[in-house]
Design a protein around this ligand. Structure first.
Ligand code: ADP
Ligand code: ASP
Ligand code: MG
Length: 444
């Protein structure tokens, strides 16, 4: 069976929902994972923020604005009177539920309940639309099978057991629809897989049913060689390896949730990226095969902190780095980049939850400086550190102030740390030096 995931834009208008229907309606049994309609999760996050700030009147205005959008969507999407009545009743229940939450004290649970409503709405309305089109559809509540453990990792055994049991019980169906993003936590309360998490839902389900392929349908024709939000003339890459895709997603390529390929990589289940608005474009196929050499793509990740740890006692000392790493281990904070000199070590983190405590502990053994508003620009490709074109990237040193470089940590990744204010220019200059450099060999 295939798992197909459609993102916010793909279900964000009646026209695009019709495209989705045409893509999935080929008589083959499949699982369809949907995001919230575009703009909805952002609006729900804002509503949650207004409730947290006790600006309840503004929260109510925002809830009603969203309510109006859904009332109109029901009318535009459905024509069958019974289905319209049913969908209106559902939408009314969701929005009166949101209004009721205004009277409850703010908590993380409240936030998680609010942001889950987008996927509940999109899947309900789309399933009714398919029903109207005489397609055999079943709506599977994600909370019946999707759960993470206390480390926020998917609870694979639980998911596999429950998802397979559910689809075996409901067998006379062509399309199983479920919500991306939402899940239960280890205590059984509503949670989510973080922003963009519907991609992750799709590959977690793909692994649970050992799918033939997982398809991520979005608003662009595949994985581009640079971030199209900041750089012109980026191009779709036809093939990526799991490792390349994992690095790019982890280092900020928004097209994929950072964990997307993890559940399917060891099972060798291909992930295909496709454009809902242009289904005939090839897209990108992610497998364990390696295609081409040299720099394939560039991505950037924001909200990075650079920590410089400087100690006179580091000179010719062993054991210093161990003490440094123990502090990060104690606070369960992952380090992304690291560079050292004789008297200092610089490293980066993106999780600032324990930054203050980490700095206080490090100050017991060294001088510590923290820089914020930093971005990691990451260049990825098979054996890039040996490739003849790679040195082109160092031309960027003459244009922007590069704070750190990690080269040689693996053969497939080179990372640069720059001020976030220089990120766009760095990405654009790299595009020119690395991909538009005329002698370059063509990849793929
Ligand atoms: P969806 O709602 O379908 O999940 P997203 O907005 O999460 O879509 O991801 C698709 C968007 O990711 C694209 O429209 C594009 O702006 C952005 N993006 C960032 N980096 C890349 C990249 N390297 N290749 C393609 N798209 C990228
Ligand atoms: N709707 C969620 C978000 O906007 C999940 C997703 O789109 O993948 O983050
Ligand atoms: Mg996304």
């Amino acid at each position: 069976m295939l798992v197909l995931k459609f993102g916010g834009t793909s279900v964000g208008s009646i026209e695009n929902m019709t495209n989705v229907k045409n893509i999935i309606n080929d008589g083959e049994k499949k699982v369809v994972v949907l995001s919230a309609m575009s703009g909805t999760t952002n609006a729900l996050v804002d509503i949650s923020e207004f409730i947290r700030a006790k600006e309840l009147e503004v929260a109510l205005i925002k809830i009603n604005e969203l309510y109006d959008i859904y009332k109109k969507t029901v009318k535009d999407l459905l024509s069958d009177t019974f289905l319209i009545i049913e969908a209106e009743a559902y939408v009314n229940t969701i929005f009166s539920g949101l209004i009721d939450l205004l009277n409850i004290n703010y908590s993380e649970l409240l936030h998680n309940k609010i942001v889950a409503q987008g996927e509940l709405l999109s899947t309900f309305l789309f399933s009714r639309f398919l029903f109207q089109e005489n397609i055999k559809v079943a709506l599977l509540p994600a909370l019946d099978f999707m759960r993470v453990d206390k480390n926020n990792e998917p609870d694979d055994f639980y998911i596999k057991q429950n998802f397979n049991r559910i689809i075996n019980e409901i067998s006379d169906v062509d399309i199983y629809i479920t919500q991306g993003f939402v899940c239960l936590d280890a205590e059984g309360t509503i949670s989510n897989l973080q922003r963009g998490g519907s991609d992750y839902t799709a590959t977690i389900i793909g692994a649970a049913i050992e799918a033939k392929e997982v398809q991520i349908w979005t608003d662009i024709d595949g994985f581009h060689n640079n971030d199209p939000r900041f750089v012109e003339n980026t191009k779709a890459i036809s093939n990526l390896s799991f490792n390349e895709a994992a690095e790019l997603a982890y280092f900020g390529a928004k097209i994929l949730h950072p964990q997307t390929v993890v559940p399917v990589r060891t099972l060798n289940i291909p992930v295909r990226l496709k454009n809902t608005m242009s289904p005939d474009s090839y897209g990108t196929l992610i497998t364990n095969e390696i295609h081409g050499e040299g720099i394939k793509a560039i991505a950037a990740k924001d909200n990075i902190y650079a920590i410089k740890i400087k100690s006179a006692r580091m000179l010719q000392a062993y054991g210093f780095l161990k003490k440094v790493f123990e502090v990060f281990e104690k606070y369960e904070t992952a380090i992304d980049m690291i560079t050292t000199s004789e008297i200092a070590v610089s490293l980066t983190i993106d999780d600032d939850t324990h930054l203050k405590a980490i700095v206080e502990e490090l100050e017991k053994i060294a001088n510590v400086e923290v820089d914020d508003y930093m971005s990691i620009v990451c260049l990825v490709g098979n054996t890039i550190i040996y490739h003849q074109d790679t040195p082109q990237l160092f031309q960027v040193l003459q244009d922007v102030n590069v704070r750190m470089i990690a080269y040689g940590g693996s053969n497939n990744n080179i990372s640069l740390l720059v001020n976030t204010s220089d990120k766009k220019e760095t990405l654009r200059k790299l595009q020119r030096y690395v991909f538009e450099h005329s002698d370059r060999l063509v990849l793929n």
